[in-house]
Design a protein around this ligand. Structure first.
Ligand code: NAD
Length: 430
């Protein structure tokens, strides 16, 4: 099988798509994957691109560009977030959709990977404009999304409210409520208890599993980049589990307290609509430092949980944490990964570390389809079971593959093998 010419576009030699493809090929090489599978797995089922109008508050019409990319459906309908960001590119969305395929397979949930995005800085839009944009984009996506086809979720710049608008728009087009079309909805309209915290909580469970035989989290020092959905919850839960979070940051500020930041208090302040900078100034709970320091801090554990490609050839040698757990998608470039490997640092990869979100999205989808509601305790228990099992499978596979196999390679291998198994069982249609 060869890739179709229209989709096999040249790939830039840097950026998250190049990194994702290169990581795929290293894992494929390690297991001697046949060429026909490589061609299939590096093609995309659907690449959807649209330009659509939105009426702004001043009566003007603005054109926005959006994407939805479905990577693979061998294991089930596709699943993945929708991001609103000025930096969205089609290549990034393609890469992130492929990462979602491996991620769903690693935690063994019955989905393939997808991703979407709109080129927009949501902070520049009013609530009404955001709603207009979301409803029109959902209408454009209507032919390809659906509870049995492709199920979007929040990502950077989108949230539970965005998903509520998407669910409502899709339901209006069909004439009845269809809660299973998106996940990450508010609990009041079919969202799952525990979904909002799921990605950060998954990071905690993976860390606990990784450190189980080594004394756990208590007393360890931690630096967390990003204080949004993923970073703030991960930082708070890690702090509450007894670790000392000495650095936190968001896009505006980076904070340091050598005695440990009271992350629960910072989290509560930000939850009330405040900013990290204000919180630090009001409470004297931490001092502002150079944001670059958060990544190279003298700590045991580093959690990049903001954006992609922040750990690069330029700063990888300065990173002092011996353990890096990727909260964000694609925070480590290929060059940085090679340096970490050479230096003997452990990187727990995004497709395992931040899989808590999609895992609880799966629970939300299951609950939506059965019109029942699990308790938060049940959600967390099931999340812990699936993500800890996934961690152990990845760790065992890395050991089995030999000393040069990283956790990233082992996770990619597991993801690829599970998709190939499904593909073989289903066969190629027709
Ligand atoms: P978010 O928009 O809620 O938060 C992002 C945070 O990063 C904000 O605090 C922002 O201020 C900060 N930030 C942005 N640029 C920064 C920079 N250069 N330096 C420091 N901080 C910066 O987004 P999120 O949902 O927390 O997602 C973060 C990452 O995690 C993304 O890569 C996303 O794809 C990934 N992810 C999210 C989920 C989820 O469930 N939300 C699941 C899996 C992976």
């Amino acid at each position: 099988m060869t890739s179709p010419a229209s989709l096999a576009r040249p790939v830039a030699d840097e950026g998250i798509l190049a990194t994702t493809l290169s990581q795929f090929h290293s894992a494929a090489d390690a297991i001697g994957l046949e060429d026909r599978y490589r061609a299939y797995l590096t093609s995309w089922k659907t690449v959807f691109q649209t330009q659509f109008p939105v009426e702004m508050d001043d009566g003007s019409i603005k054109i926005f560009e959006g994407y939805r990319v479905l990577h693979d459906t061998a294991r089930g309908p596709t699943k993945g977030g929708i991001r609103y960001s000025a930096n969205v590119t089609l290549d990034d969305v393609r890469a992130l959709s492929m990462l979602m395929t491996w991620k769903c397979a690693v935690v063994n949930i019955p989905f393939g990977g997808a991703k979407g995005g709109v080129i927009v800085d949501p902070s520049t839009l009013s609530a009404r404009e955001l709603q207009n944009l979301t409803r029109r984009f959902t209408t454009e996506l209507e032919p390809i999304i659906g509870p049995d086809k492709d199920i979007p979720a929040p990502d950077m710049g989108t949230n539970a409210q965005t998903m509520a608008w998407m669910m409502d728009t899709y339901s209006m087009a069909h004439g009845y409520t269809i809660p299973g079309v998106v996940t990450g909805k508010p609990v009041a309209i079919g969202g799952s208890e525990g979904r909002a915290e799921a990605t950060g909580r998954g990071i905690l469970y993976v860390l606990q599993e990784h450190l189980r035989a080594d004394g756990g989290l208590a007393g360890r020092t931690v630096s967390v980049q990003g204080f949004g959905n993923v970073g703030s919850v991960a930082a708070r839960l890690i702090h509450e589990d007894g670790a000392k979070v000495t650095y936190i940051s968001d896009v505006h500020t980076a904070l340091h307290n050598p005695d440990g930041i009271n992350v629960s208090a910072a989290y509560a302040h930000v939850g009330r609509g405040g900013t990290l900078r204000e919180w630090a100034a009001e409470t004297h709970g931490a001092t502002e430092v150079d944001p670059a320091e958060v990544l190279t801090a003298d700590v045991d554990i580093l959690v990049p949980a903001a954006v992609e490609s922040v750990l690069t050839a330029d700063n990888a040698r300065q990173v002092r944490a011996r353990l890096i757990i990727e909260g964000a998608n694609g925070p480590t470039t290929e060059e940085a990964d090679a340096i970490f490997e050479e230096r003997g640092l452990t990187v727990i990869p995004d497709i395992l570390a931040n899989a808590g979100g999609v895992t609880v999205s799966y629970f939300e989808w299951v609950q939506a389809r059965q019109y029942l509601q699990w308790t938060e305790a049940r959600v967390n228990e099931e999340l812990q079971r699936l993500i800890s099992t996934a961690y152990r499978a990845v760790a065992a596979r890395a050991v089995q593959m030999g000393p040069t196999c990283t956790q990233r390679e082992a996770a990619n291998i597991i993801g690829i093998e599970r998709v190939v198994e499904a593909l073989e069982l289903r066969g190629y249609y027709p």
